[in-house]
Design a protein around this ligand. Structure first.
Ligand code: PLP
Length: 460
């Protein structure tokens, strides 16, 4: 008999979690105005809201915490991290920030102005927020396969080169200060971008004089998919693949809370010294001096170790196989999910799951609330709430896909927990035809409304 797959770690410390009753949850979610972000975490049994900063660090990372250097200027932790970033990504210059969106804020302060276009592959919500806040426009050039949840195309994060070239031809180059490749592509379902696509995009962008920025939060997972799925890469190490990927970028922004495997932190890195000099000034204003930028020395130390750990098959096999375990279980139950299964999360196709809830009543949010009531599991809506309103018309933007995202924190839950999540969804799936009404908005913010929106149930 073949020995089955198993986690390549054992557990040294545990944190108790509380299994509530349905009656408690009915009350709590009403008090939270049907917004899962408003729940205190002790009211959640299994928290799949996000994998951002919610994972477990390794003993090596905790050991590195103890040797952090808290000097304001020139901390040795900064130099450790700088060297690690240079080795892994090949960028000479780097600036730490308190998280990923802060890196976007600093870099976009240098690059973007009103009226600019920023093409890319389904920009992440904070990225889009920072672009639109500057009255510039994010243009999605993702391939059409990304929007067909049944298609098993292996690289659904890819950019459609014809769509991209159209944008490049639309405006003079001075109005396209950069384009953004999100690896992996979160908004379209945690889908990877192929090496061939990264290369082709870089070639086209160079032809039109447009720099390429990688939004790199899940770069290591992207490298794992290239290793597993793209011809010519199966014998390459993750570190070799990552190194090649970043030769096709001029700069990167990073949320260290994802594939940095730490609880807080971010950075940007680049080749261009002029960008670095300008960004340094904004970093000092918004984040902190250039050698700490919103991070403690100990956290920079833990990040340096984290970047090293995540760029291995040891780490990535365990991580991604757990995501696939949950996804496969849902498929066994006939539940419609985005295929192929992504690297950090399973995306349930809420429109197919709840065909009778009108799109004006926030289908994916409705499913997220019902799953919480059923099993105490907290997922998140990736749909109409997340898409915000059109800044010009103020109408809701209805995305092609409505997802309930179940994001899995790194090294945190067991597959028994995954079984509870799957059973909860199965129970709902069996009564889906009875679910015909959703939610309506009582109060919302102008940008990134999903975090703070207040909702109420539509009377059936
Ligand atoms: C999380 C994330 C960000 C923003 O990073 P924060 O650390 O949450 O500020 C940006 N882009 C992508 C693709 C992300 O996943």
């Amino acid at each position: 008999m073949n020995l089955p797959f198993a986690e390549n770690y054992k557990i040294k410390m545990v944190e108790p979690i509380y299994r509530s009753t349905r009656e408690q949850r009915v009350q709590w979610i009403a008090d939270a105005n049907y917004n899962l972000f408003n729940l205190s975490s002790d009211k959640v049994f299994i928290d799949l809201l996000t994998d951002s900063g919610t994972g477990a660090m390794s003993d090596r990372q905790w050991a590195a915490i103890m040797t952090g250097d808290e000097s304001y200027a020139g901390s040795s932790s900064y130099y450790h991290l700088k060297e690690k970033i240079q080795t892994i990504f090949g960028f000479e210059h780097f600036l730490p920030t308190h998280q990923g969106r802060a890196a976007e804020n600093v870099l976009f302060s240098v690059l973007l102005k009103e009226g600019d276009l920023v093409p890319g592959n389904s920009h992440f919500d904070t990225t889009k927020g920072h672009i639109e806040y500057r009255k510039a426009k994010a243009i999605d050039c993702t391939i059409d396969e990304a929007f067909d949840t049944d298609s098993t195309f292996p690289f659904k994060g890819n950019v459609d080169l014809a769509k991209l070239e159209k944008v490049f031809k639309l405006q003079p180059q001075k109005n396209i200060p950069a384009m953004i490749m999100t690896i992996t592509c979160n908004s379209s379902g945690g889908q990877p971008v192929s090496m061939a696509n990264l290369k082709a995009v870089k070639e086209m962008a160079t032809e039109y004089g447009v720099p390429v920025i990688f939004d790199s939060a899940r770069f290591a997972e992207n490298a794992w998919f290239i290793q597993q799925r793209e011809e010519g890469y199966s014998t390459k190490t993750i570190k070799e693949i990552v190194k090649e990927m970043f030769t096709y970028a001029d700069a990167m922004t990073m949320s260290s809370k994802k594939d940095g495997a730490v609880n807080i932190g971010g950075f940007m890195a680049m080749r261009n010294i002029d960008w670095y000099d300008k960004a340094s000034t904004f970093n000092i204003m918004y984040e902190g001096f250039v050698t700490y930028g919103g991070m403690a020395g100990r956290d920079m130390n833990a990040l340096a170790v984290g970047l090293d750990e995540v760029t291995t098959n040891d780490f990535l096999d365990t991580r991604i196989k757990q995501v696939q375990y949950l996804g496969n279980k849902l498929m066994e139950y006939g539940i419609p999910i985005q295929q192929p299964i992504g690297g950090h999360a399973v995306f349930v196709d809420a429109k197919k799951f709840l065909p009778y809830v009108p799109k004006e009543e926030y289908i994916a949010q409705t499913l997220a609330i019902i799953l919480y009531l059923e099993a105490g599991v907290r997922g998140v809506e990736v749909g109409t709430l997340l898409a915000d309103r059109d800044p010009e018309t103020n109408d809701n933007r209805y995305p092609k896909l409505e997802f309930l995202r179940l994001a899995i924190p790194r090294r945190t839950y067991s597959n028994n927990h995954m079984d509870v999540v799957a059973a909860g969804l199965k129970n709902i799936f069996e009564i889906r035809d009875e679910i015909r009404t959703g939610l309506l908005i009582r109060k919302e913010a102008a940008i990134m409304r999903h975090f703070t929106v207040l909702l109420e149930k539509v009377k059936s």
